[in-house]
Design a protein around this ligand. Structure first.
Ligand code: CP
Length: 323
């Protein structure tokens, strides 16, 4: 879209590939984007004339809708495509789908795909910018960015924070992106869950393993509680959901035992009564809906920076000031 000359380069495929300065640039750009949601007219013209295709091959509520809100609030033209109802259901390949979209003069593709590496695969083959909205168990960079923004809002810093990611780390792209992003910004990251759901070599990404929820709660400033990916549990990763909840479910009793403030996060969707009890998810320690709110601002920031950032702002500044 912009020839790779933006702060972020052409694409956002994962936080592993970003520098600390690039991550900070996204978080800082999200701050003014938050203001737009508070305006009477929640729209600015910075992406006017740009066309963005949202290509979602897996189910999504938060990511898909917040990307669409982000695009609309920046005045882009958007098209939504899923595997059902498109020619993907007739066997058309990802690259052929994207090339056909390119032939209709698009500028950016936001893609969620079940296959790890799908976003990078596409980014290497089309000139449009590609944004990874979750690829298999690999990365979910915008989720981690909104998680980090929420932590920064609350604590005023990331450096030195202790964040424990709890639960089904094995299948979690959210966990991987959080570990990359948080450690780059100086946080300490731990993971906690059944051994069957902790990937071998997770320490090599920069996370330590803590033994059990009690130790995690004693150590952490924030718990990021992951969804138990129930669709994969027929493979026998946990003895039963009841057993999982008994050992790794976060309950209000846990929070009462914590001797200091403990922030509760969850990327959604929630399995209430499995990895998290309702009184925790809806309670005063929870910032789960603030994460969702920040998701729109972070995605606006990513789209804006990929599209050329400063140059676009200069173009639009006079129009903003006239409102
Ligand atoms: N957190 C997240 O990715 O949620 P969705 O699957 O609803 O987009």
């Amino acid at each position: 879209m912009s020839g790779g000359k933006t702060v972020l380069g052409k694409d956002l495929t994962g936080l592993d590939a970003l520098s600390t300065d690039q991550i900070r640039a996204i978080l800082d750009t999200a701050e003014p984007m938050k203001q737009i949601a508070r305006r009477r007219v929640k729209k600015v013209p910075v992406l006017r004339g740009k066309t963005i295709v949202n290509l979602f091959f897996e189910a999504s509520t938060r990511t898909r809708i917040s990307f669409e809100f982000a695009e609309k609030r920046l005045s882009a033209d958007t098209v939504n495509i899923g595997s059902v109802g498109s020619s993907v259901s007739k066997g058309e390949t990802l690259v052929d789908t994207a090339r056909n979209l390119e032939a209709m003069s698009i500028d950016m593709v936001v893609i969620r795909h079940w296959s790890a590496g799908a976003a990078a695969f596409l980014a290497a083959r089309i000139p449009s910018s590609v944004v990874n909205a979750g690829d298999g168990a690999h990365e979910h960079p915008t989720q981690a960015l909104l998680d980090i923004l929420t932590l920064r809002d609350h604590f005023g810093r990331i450096d030195g924070l202790k964040v424990c990611i709890v639960g089904d780390v094995l299948h979690s792209r959210v966990a991987r992106s959080n570990i990359h992003g948080l450690t780059k910004l100086g946080a300490e990251v731990a993971v906690c869950g059944p051994r069957t759901l902790l990937p071998a070599g997770i320490e090599e990404l920069g996370a330590r393993v803590v033994n059990g929820l009690e130790e995690a709660i004693e150590w952490a400033d924030a718990l990021n509680v992951l969804r138990l990916q129930l669709e994969r549990m027929q493979d026998g990763y946990v003895p039963s959901l009841r057993e999982y909840n008994r050992v790794f479910g976060v309950t209000s009793a846990h929070l009462q035992r914590a001797d200091r403030e403990l922030l509760i996060m969850h990327p959604g969707p929630l399995n209430r009564g499995v990895e998290i009890d309702s009184d925790v998810a809806d309670g005063p320690h929870s910032v789960i809906l603030r994460q969702v709110t920040n998701g729109v601002a972070v995605r606006m920031a990513v789209l804006y920076l990929l599209a050329g950032g400063e140059a676009l702002l200069a173009e639009a500044a006079s129009e903003w000031s006239q409102e």
